[in-house]
Write a protein that binds this ligand. Structure first.
Ligand code: KG4
Ligand code: ZN
Length: 345
């Protein structure tokens, strides 16, 4: 079965083809293409929703053509078309949903709307070292920070989440305060490599609370206060401030993940979402999880941030597990706010 996946929830247009066959251990990625709008939004210091939607419109059809050519496949050979239904920017989501449903209607093929975070969550199943259920998932992106217990495809229990900013937002906002451009996460991480993570004592909110929730809003205020205090000295201390900021975010993410593993008794952690590309986070998770006898799994580096492969993969796994059937009702709506799992405790 050939599944085409389309992702357009934010500032990346991602398209991919996944092949899923009965009897096959896991679906496999056959082709993928991505266009990132980062350079376009950089001048504004963040994503401009209307510009994002218009750019998705320009990119989506050529990208679909590109993956079809790469796989040597004709449109008529597609079996299912998957798209990101939410959460995300309404206008941006509508481009992917509209394209998927129009294409599917034209071809007479079924469609399936996928939750963006489920895509991130299941993306490590496309890696060379896929996890096995059940596991704890740490979802860390620009819009979300959640710890989840994943027992099977479609079985997600929210263990904890951020009560304000997401981890990626904390990276991006701190980077912006330091004049590092957009998106700031990778830039801040690169600068942090030359700095001393202990140079500045920055807050680690909720770290000692018994629950698994996060709070990052106070961190950017602390970074702002510290930058103002440094004044003209900021440039000379920027690498130290970047390293200290990264250390504060990483410390909280790692300690809460370890707490979630202990609380659930699970020995597998899956890290997904853009911040999962952070090397300092990976290093500290590796050493802390090893002490617990737990293993950490990641998506392939190019599948950490938004992409179409994770959407096609989530569709393949939902269909394969019998959790959902695709539909031939082409009336669609998008869900800009859509919780993946309700918190039970
Ligand atoms: O998952 P993603 O591509 O998009 C959302 O769904 O939000 O995540 C993007 C986020 C941004 O905040 C970006 O700064 C952050 O992931 N990010 C990083 C790194 N690479 C991407 N943050 C820290 N270190 C990185 N290496
Ligand atoms: Zn994402």
């Amino acid at each position: 079965m050939w599944i085409l996946g389309i992702e357009s929830s934010c500032d990346e247009t991602g398209v991919a083809l996944v092949r899923a066959d009965a009897g096959q251990a896991l679906p496999v990625l056959a082709a993928q293409a991505l266009h990132t709008q980062a350079a376009m939004h950089e001048a504004y210091g963040g994503v401009v929703p209307e510009l994002a939607s218009r750019d998705h419109i320009r990119r989506v059809l050529p990208l679909i053509q590109q993956v079809m050519n790469e796989a040597g496949l004709g449109l008529a050979e597609l079996d299912v078309i998957a798209y990101t239904r939410g959460p995300g920017l309404a206008g941006a989501l509508l481009v992917g949903a509209g394209t998927a449903c129009a294409l599917a209607a034209g071809l007479g093929k079924p469609v399936i709307g996928i939750h963006h975070l489920e895509g991130h969550l299941l993306s490590p199943f496309l890696s060379a070292d896929p996890p096995a259920f059940p596991f704890v998932a740490l979802l860390v992106s620009g819009g979300h920070t959640q710890l989840m217990q994943v027992d099977a495809v479609g079985s997600y229990v929210l263990l904890g989440e951020t009560i304000d900013d997401a981890a990626g937002e904390a990276f991006d906002k701190s980077a912006k305060l330091m004049g590092l451009g957009y998106p700031g996460g990778p830039a801040l991480a690169a600068l942090a490599e030359q700095g001393n993570p202990q140079a500045f004592a920055l807050p680690r909110p909720l770290l000692n609370q018994p629950n698994l929730d996060f709070s990052f809003a106070g961190l950017k205020t602390a970074v702002l206060t510290q930058s103002q205090k440094l004044g003209a000295e900021l440039n000379a201390s920027k690498a130290d401030l970047a390293a200290s900021t990264q250390a504060a975010i990483v410390d909280v993410l790692v300690k809460k993940s370890v707490k979630a593993l202990k609380q659930t008794g699970l020995k597998t952690l899956v890290v997904a979402g853009g911040v999962g590309a952070n090397q300092a986070l990976r290093k500290q998770l590796q050493s802390d999880c090893r002490k617990l006898g737990a293993r950490v799994h990641y998506p392939e580096p190019d599948l950490c941030t938004d992409n179409g492969a994770m959407i096609a993969m989530a569709a393949a796994m939902r269909l394969g597990a019998g959790v959902e059937l695709p539909t031939s009702n082409y009336a669609f709506n998008v869900l800009p706010r859509w919780p993946l799992a309700q918190k039970t405790a």
